[in-house]
Structure formats: C-alpha cells, structure tokens
Design a protein around this ligand. Sequence first.
Ligand SMILES: Nc1nc2c(ncn2[C@@H]2O[C@H](COP(=O)(O)OP(=O)(O)O)[C@@H](O)[C@H]2O)c(=O)[nH]1
Ligand SMILES: [Mg+2]
Length: 253
Amino acid sequence: MTNMSKIWIVLPAYNEEEALPPLFESLNEVLSEEKKDFSIIVVNDGSTDNTAQVLADYGKKLPVIAVHNDGNKGLAETIRHGLLEAIERTADKDIIITMDADNTHPAGLVLRMVRVLKEGNDVVIASRYREGSYVKGLSLFRRFLSKGVSWLFQFFFPIHGVRDYTCGYRAYHAGMMKKVMKKYGDQFISERGFSCMVDILLRLRENDLVFAEVPMVLRYDQKPGASKMNVMQTIFDTFWLLIRRRFFERRIR
Ligand SMILES: Nc1nc2c(ncn2[C@@H]2O[C@H](COP(=O)(O)OP(=O)(O)O)[C@@H](O)[C@H]2O)c(=O)[nH]1
Ligand SMILES: [Mg+2]
C-alpha cells in the first residue's frame, strides 16, 4: 500500500444532504473495485440542511473527512479550504480531485482522470467539449453560457489542451498543487464565487504545466435540487476577471 499514490477527493458542499449519499456510494464502489487508496474531504460551507449529519454518519463507514467553514463563505473560499486541507495531508505523488457535490459528475471518470494524469499530465479536466462528451439535463441557456466562456478564454487565455474553463471536476498532481499554492499564497484564488474555477486555471496557466482533458458525461438530470449558481453574478465576475487579468494585472511568475 505504501508505494501507492493516494486519491484525495475534495467536495465543496452547500446543502447537499440528498446528493452526498449516492455520490459517496458510487465513489466508494468505483475506487474500492480498483483497490485504490482514497479519502474524501468534504468542506461543509455552513449548510442549513442535514449535510453535517450526513457527513458524521458516513465518516463512520467510509473514509470521509468533514471540515466545516464557519458560516456560508461561498464556493471560492470553500474550494480553497478544501485544497489547503488536501495539500496538508498529501504526499507529492498523490492526486487531488475536485468535483461538484451535487452528484452530477460521474464517479467512474475519476479512474480515467487518474490514468491520464499519470500519463504525463499535471492537470486533467473533465470536459464537456470533447469527442464523447455529453450534457444531459442542463438548460440551453446555461450550456450557451459555458460555451461562450470557453470560446472567450480560449481566445484571450489559450491553454494547450484546454477547452472547458469552468467545470469543477478536475484532477491535479498533488506535488504541483503544493508548490503552486505556496507560491501564490492568498493570491492563488482571487474570486469569491463560481468564477473561482476559471481563476484557478488562469493561475495554473502562469506556470509551466501540462494540461489535458477527458470527455465527461454531465448528468445534470440527476441533480436533486436546483442549481446554486447565481447566473448573473457569475457572468459579471467572469467577465471582470477576464478584463482585469487581460488589461490591468501583471502576470505573477
Ligand atoms: N461553498 C459553497 N459551495 C456552494 C455554494 N453553492 C453551491 N456550492 C457547491 O458548489 C458546487 C457547484 O454548485 P452547483 O449547484 O452544482 O452548480 P452548477 O452545477 O453549476 O449548477 C456544488 O458542490 C455545491 O454544493 C455556496 O454558496 N458555497
Ligand atoms: Mg454541479
């Protein structure tokens, strides 16, 4: 076991009492079947439903580690918290995976992402824009928005191998993540809301890394509740991030 790299799954969760149990079950199924060593770090962002209880229950039967924000801090702060918790625990050869806690990102894809990461990539993105990708159940408007962001960023901030800038399902080489997060400190994530996923990618882009994508089947039809994304706010934040980084801020090297 000791020479195996461990998989650390980081889940930002805000009121996900319904989605977490089936997600835990399927992660456990796919990873145990392949005899992978794994832990799931869930950052509870001041949920007002039974998320905390679900985490306490699952912590007794699966390798689920619950950490709690004091209050509702938003997605960016929650992802940052989760990544910091992860890099404190990981060995350099480990793998850190972030995914939505809403049970729309298929657990089975973890295996392929790990495989592709080990094939020589530093970052692997589960992408909606590759041969074999499929999006089920997401509104036309939301699909159009992500696609627009994808085009804009591919034009202004091209990254070799990257088309999906917004998806939260990603695999990172742990040693790389440690180095990069230490280097930027508080500036690693400057956004507050859902635009943090683009923000992280732009930071990583400033470093000499290798990116790859694998096709994802996004099961938005399995989402138990409504989306928690504030669409207008996210559009605004994302555009402002693009303009700031493109025209006002200097690249940090
Ligand atoms: N920390 C935090 N996480 C949130 C918040 N809103 C949503 N999330 C989490 O962020 C992820 C993405 O949210 P989701 O509703 O799936 O957005 P969508 O898939 O883009 O419609 C999920 O894991 C949510 O639990 C929030 O206010 N704070
Ligand atoms: Mg989601």
